[in-house]
Design a protein around this ligand. Structure first.
Ligand code: G3H
Ligand code: ZN
Length: 286
C-alpha cells in the first residue's frame, strides 16, 4: 500500500533502523524496487529526483502516476518522495502527484541563503501536508557540480550549525555530509563515524544519508547503527541495470525485443535492492 516517508522514517527511528530510499528513473526501476522490498518484506521509499524529471521531458506526472499505481498494489508499505528539488515549481507539484515528502536542496548556496530558501520551502511543504528533508554541508557528486573534496573544510556538516539550521528552518529531517559522495561506482567510501555520532547527539530530527551507493555493506550497517534513519541509493541501481543489459546484449547480438534486456536489467535491480535493504539490518515488520 501507499504510505508516507514521514511514517516510515518515524517507525524506523523508533526501531533504531533505517528505511531504504531508491531513486527511480524508469518504470522498470519502480517495479524492481517494489519487488526487491517485497522479497525481503521491508517497507521502502521510491524517490524521483529533479534530474529524473528533467530526463522525463520535464514531466513528473507520467512516472508519478505509475509509481502511485505500483505502490498501491505492493505487498509492503511504499512511500513516494521527491528528491533533490531545487525548483519551486516542481515542489508545488508534489502533493497532487501523490508525493508525501520532498527533499529540498539548497545546499549549494551560502548558509544564510540555504536557510532562507529552506525555511520558505518548509513553510509551504507543511502547509500542504508534506514531510520535508533538507541538506546542510556538501555531499558532492551531484549533476553539474565540480568534483568536490569530501574532506575539505566546510564540506562536512557541522553539528552546531546543523542544530541551528534545523531549529530555524523547521525541516523534518536533515541530509548530512559524513563522508559519502554522490554517483560513486565503487563501494569504497568510508563513513566519518565520529562526526555522525556528534550529529546524532546534537540533532533531534532523523538524519538522512545520500550517496549511499559508495558504501560497502559493513559501512551501511554502521551508518544505521550510528543514527541514519533514511538511506538514499541511486547509482547502485544503474550499475546493476546497465551491467546486466550490457552482458545480455553482448551474449545476444541478434536480440531486438526490448523485453529481453529490460527483464535482465530489472532482475539485476531487484537483487541489488534486496541486498542493500538486508545490509541495513532488520527493518520493523511491514
Ligand atoms: O538522493 C539520492 C542519493 O543520494 C543517491 O546517491 O546515486 O550515489 O547512490 P547515489
Ligand atoms: Zn542525494
Amino acid at each position: 500500500p501507499l504510505t508516507s516517508t514521514g511514517e516510515l522514517v518515524t517507525r524506523a527511528t523508533a526501531h533504531r533502523s533505517a528505511v531504504a530510499s531508491f531513486n527511480v528513473i524508469t518504470l522498470e526501476h519502480v517495479e524492481a524496487v517494489i519487488a526487491g522490498a517485497e522479497a525481503v518484506h521491508a517497507p521502502v521509499v521510491l524517490q524521483v529526483s529533479e534530474n529524473a524529471v528533467r530526463f522525463r521531458y520535464g514531466r513528473l506526472l507520467p512516472l508519478a502516476r505509475a509509481a502511485v499505481a505500483a505502490a498501491e498494489r505492493a505487498a509492503v508499505p511504499v512511500a513516494l518522495h521527491l528528491d533533490h528539488v531545487r525548483s519551486d515549481a516542481l515542489l508545488r507539484q508534489a502533493p497532487d502527484a501523490g508525493f508525501g515528502s520532498v527533499m529540498y536542496d539548497a545546499a549549494r548556496l551560502p548558509y544564510a541563503e540555504n536557510l532562507a530558501a529552506t525555511r520558505a520551502a518548509a513553510e509551504w511543504a507543511h502547509a500542504h501536508g508534506l514531510w520535508i528533508e533538507a541538506e546542510l554541508g556538501q555531499i558532492g557528486g551531484k549533476d553539474g557540480e565540480p568534483p568536490l573534496d569530501a574532506h575539505a573544510p566546510g564540506a562536512r556538516t557541522d553539528p552546531d550549525q546543523a542544530r541551528a539550521f534545523v531549529a530555524d528552518s523547521g525541516v523534518d529531517a536533515l541530509a548530512v555530509a559524513v563522508g559519502t559522495t554522490h554517483a560513486m561506482t565503487t563501494r569504497t567510501a568510508a563513513l566519518d563515524r565520529a562526526l555522525l555520532k556528534r550529529l546524532s547527539t546534537a540533532l533531534d530530527v532523523p538524519l538522512v544519508l545520500h550517496g549511499s551507493s559508495g558504501l560497502p555493506d559493513e559501512e551501511l550497517a554502521a551508518a544505521v547503527t550510528g543514527g541514519i534513519a533514511k538511506v538514499n541509493v541511486g547509482t547502485a541501481l544503474n550499475i546493476a541495470m546497465t551491467g546486466a543489459i550490457r552482458e545480455f546484449l553482448a551474449a545476444h547480438p541478434e536480440a531486438v525485443d526490448s523485453r529481453g534486456y529490460l527483464t535482465v536489467g530489472r532482475e539485476a535491480m531487484v537483487r541489488t535492492v534486496a541486498a542493500i535493504i538486508e545490509a541495513l539490518g532488520p527493518a520493523p515488520a511491514a
